[in-house]
Design a protein around this ligand. Structure first.
Ligand code: DC
Length: 257
């Protein structure tokens, strides 16, 4: 797998937290907030959910049985997944996702992938392969790398499993009806008309699987700051996290290697 690669020179540590872990359920605002926060701090934005989506998309595309842990595990271990900054693309993307060189940034956001990704994300072999890769990227960027001063890593288990020593952990949450409404509007914007009742039911099922699975279930880390995003603007949430990050920088707390 190709991690984010960039030849730009490495920056010295910024004195900020270096790593900000953001976890939370689907459509809790992780991606929008994480992206805006990363831009504000000159950190890399890294969405780990995209990796689980890529494996699911590739399984569907190749006609692999998504309930076959050996076949899906092998895909997770061998696919060439690259999560890159959005670059020049003018289509609202927060990052560009390539698999074996093919741009699947939007293909991995389809309702079919939405419906199946939790099954794939519950498989131990898939989690082992992807979280190891995520951890390597987190550690690489923690002290500044490739022109970025740190990393904002977004997912379900970043604060609990992938980067448990992250100096700043955020858990975003919002009521399920609000989250389903956000996802409904997002799908509508992309021309994918899906009945609200179905979006809500899919999200309920995804929450259930993500939070009840045996390995790395969705839950806030004990030391996470929990922020309810209901009724708050993206700017307000980002400002809260920046304030927490600034508190965290006195004195600087480098990520342990
Ligand atoms: O955040 P998202 O909706 O793109 O995540 C897609 C799926 O991947 C979701 O069902 C949970 C799973 N996931 C996970 O298990 N661990 C992560 N670190 C990120 C996502």
């Amino acid at each position: 797998m190709n991690p984010v690669t960039n030849a730009a020179p490495t920056l010295p540590p910024s004195g900020g937290p270096g790593v900000i872990a953001i976890d939370g359920p689907a459509a809790s605002g992780k991606s929008t907030v994480g992206f805006a926060l990363a831009a504000r701090l000159n950190y890399l934005f890294f969405d780990t959910g995209a990796m689980y989506r890529v494996v699911t998309w590739a399984g569907l595309d190749a006609g692999v049985d998504l309930h076959d842990p050996a076949a899906i595990g092998l895909l997770a271990e061998t696919l060439d997944i690259a999560i890159l900054p959005a670059g020049e693309a003018q289509d609202d993307r927060h990052l560009t996702v390539l698999v074996d060189g093919q741009d699947v940034t939007w293909a991995i956001r389809s309702p079919l992938v939405d419906q199946n990704v939790s099954i794939v994300a519950a498989m131990p072999r898939v989690r082992a392969a992807l979280s190891q890769h995520q951890r390597q990227i987190g550690v690489r960027y923690a002290r500044g790398h490739a022109g970025m001063a740190g990393i904002v890593m977004v997912g379900r288990d970043i604060g609990t499993v992938v980067l448990p020593d992250a100096p700043l952990k955020i858990y975003l949450d919002a009521p399920i009806v609000e989250r389903a409404h956000r996802r409904f509007l997002e799908l509508e914007r992309r021309g994918k008309q899906t009945p609200f009742a179905q979006v809500l039911a899919d999200m309920r099922e995804r929450d259930r699987i993500d939070s009840q699975r045996a390995i790395a279930p969705l839950r806030p880390a004990d030391d996470a700051q929990i922020i309810s995003t209901a009724g708050l603007s993206v700017q307000e949430i980002v400002a809260r996290i920046v304030a927490l990050a600034e508190m965290d920088t006195q004195p600087a707390t480098p990520y342990p290697l």
